[in-house]
Write a protein that binds this ligand. Structure first.
Ligand code: GAR
Length: 210
């Protein structure tokens, strides 16, 4: 089973989807620990409810981003994860933390990357007037939301959408998208080669569409 460390800052619905899939025998993985930058994150409660160790540390207690990340990742490394999953982890990570872990950290982001990086992606999509929006899972690199995209799910933007309705439509697709990606990774069908995402030994010309 793939050993996961999950980083989450808030609600934790993606984490819960992972925990439920594992409990149902639908994902061959084990969540070895959940880590947060917010002590009040609901994600921590989802973890503890399933007896997964859950830890939060606060950026306020560290002088720099690098110092915070060093503390965070020493906690993460202590559970010896095969893969680190950012599931609603809302802190920018320093290059010092990310670069040595290239290919071992993934993130789910609520847009069809490379479109709409950063925050408020649903409002960004509405403001841009796109007909299609969605979510992406990508390998994390030092460039914010800029690492190789592994898989995407698309949803239509419909008349009358506001950011909240659009976010809900995307979130519904995020959970199966993340699970499908984790299954590919657990089965060893995807890994990060020196020149990008590899799938069945071939560089993916475009991300998996799920
Ligand atoms: C999800 O929509 C995820 O894609 C997004 O935060 C939400 C977390 O929901 N992540 C980002 O915006 C990362 N920059 P959850 O806590 O219920 O899983």
């Amino acid at each position: 089973a793939l050993r996961l460390a999950v980083l989450a800052s808030g609600r934790g619905s993606n984490l819960r989807a992972i925990l439920e899939a594992i409990a149902r025998g639908e994902l061959d993985a084990h969540v070895a620990g959940v880590f947060s930058d917010r002590a009040k994150a609901t994600a921590l409660e989802h973890a503890r409810a399933t007896c997964v160790p859950a830890t939060a540390i606060s950026a306020k207690d560290y002088p720099t981003r690098e110092a915070f990340d060093e503390a965070m990742f020493s906690l993460v490394d202590a559970v010896h994860p095969d893969l680190i999953v950012c599931a609603g982890y809302m802190r920018l990570m320093s290059a010092d933390a990310v670069t040595p872990r290239a290919g071992r950290i993934i993130n789910i982001h609520p847009s069809l990357l490379p479109a709409f990086k950063g925050l408020h992606t649903h409002q960004q999509a509405l403001d841009a007037g796109v007909a299609e929006h969605g979510a992406s899972v990508h390998f994390v690199t030092a460039e914010l939301d800029g690492g190789p995209v592994i898989a995407q799910a698309r949803v239509p933007v419909v008349p009358g959408d506001d950011a909240e309705r659009l976010a809900a439509r995307v979130l519904e697709r995020e959970h199966p998208l993340l699970l499908a990606t984790l299954r590919e990774l657990a089965a060893g069908r995807i890994g990060l080669g020196p020149d990008g995402v590899q799938h069945d030994g071939a560089i993916l010309a475009s991300p998996l569409q799920l």
